[in-house]
Design a protein around this ligand. Structure first.
Ligand SMILES: *[C@@H]1O[C@H](CO)[C@@H](O)[C@H](O)[C@H]1NC(C)=O
Ligand SMILES: *[C@@H]1O[C@H](CO)[C@@H](O)[C@H](O)[C@H]1NC(C)=O
Length: 275
């Protein structure tokens, strides 16, 4: 009585299928990315394997045609090569130098008359991570209250370009109209460096040190953050007077020691003379 569901199950498991789709989550715009599609035909005969980028076909393998492999450059990407084995097809694409996310689909179809299709999709995002921490220019080690600091923080090259945030003692410094993040010209692969200026006037009553942090943030999922901190010491008057009074007491100790030594000498001479 329960024979029908069993038969249905057998039909499903005997269908051809994609066993593995390898699409890197991130692709570097300076290098070709390798995508591979692994499949199992079971008892079916392969008609074709196709790769799509979003809706555009970029690759077709049709073993009964000559040449069996055809490549199609689609909207900015260059399909460098394609290669197939009996159970897999590999394609190498040079992604566009833009921070884009695209869907890559592999489609495996069986011979007629059924032309059954197995399909799988994965997304790839074009990203070039920064390799170095940002750099702060103009952070003097020592400043006086009331003095101005003109700081420039530059990020490493990346795609998309980094956004720059400044913090003073962990407090975010909102950018003024003229202090937005600026971008360099693009390098190979569309990578750009970015920088942002921060002007600080050291408060007249300030003392201690300012912890100035620059954060370069790459808005990918999850965000990639690199940062650098500069410590600026404030040369305040209170510190200066402390230093002077310390020096005074040190001199006092020296004079006291000198007098003691002279007296000692004098007493020694007296005693040796009396002997
Ligand atoms: C794709 O573009 C590259 C570079 O422009 C070119 O060498 C290649 O022949 C193109 N391939 C096809 C199939 O048009
Ligand atoms: C900030 O530094 C970068 C890199 O050193 C430089 O290209 C840029 O011109 C500087 N910006 C300003 C306003 O000084």
């Amino acid at each position: 009585m329960k024979i029908f569901p069993l038969i249905t199950l057998c039909v499903i498991t005997s269908a051809h299928k994609i066993t593995q789709l390898k699409v890197p989550l991130y692709a570097d715009p300076r290098r070709a990315a390798e995508l591979s599609c692994h499949f199992e035909m079971e008892d079916q005969k392969l008609h074709s394997v196709k790769w799509y980028r979003d809706t555009q076909e970029i690759f077709r393998y049709n073993p009964s045609q000559n040449p069996p492999i055809r490549l199609y450059n689609a909207s900015g990407i260059i399909v460098q090569s394609g290669d197939c084995q009996t159970d897999s097809c590999l394609v190498r694409v040079m992604p566009p130098p833009l921070a884009t996310r695209a869907a890559y689909t592999c489609e495996v179809s069986t011979e007629g008359p059924k032309f059954q299709i197995a399909r799988q999709t994965k997304h790839m995002t074009v990203v070039a991570m920064p390799e170095k921490d940002p750099v702060i220019i103009g952070a003097r080690k020592l400043v006086r209250p009331g003095e101005q600091l003109h700081l420039n923080c530059t990020s490493d090259y990346s795609l998309p370009p980094s956004d720059i945030n400044w913090y003073i003692d962990n407090e975010l410094q909102k950018p003024g109209v003229w202090q937005r993040t600026e971008l360099s010209a693009p390098e190979l692969g569309g990578l750009r460096a970015s920088w942002r200026i921060l002007r600080i006037v050291v408060p007249p009553t300030a003392s201690g040190a300012l912890h100035v942090r620059c954060e370069a943030i790459l808005l990918v999922e999850p965000p990639v953050i690199r940062d650098v901190t500069a410590i600026v010491t404030i040369h305040s008057r209170t510190q200066l007077s402390k230093y002077v009074s310390n020096a005074g007491s040190a001199a006092g100790v020296c004079i006291f020691l000198w007098i003691t030594l002279i007296l000692n000498d004098f007493i020694n001479t007296l005693m040796s003379g009396s002997l």
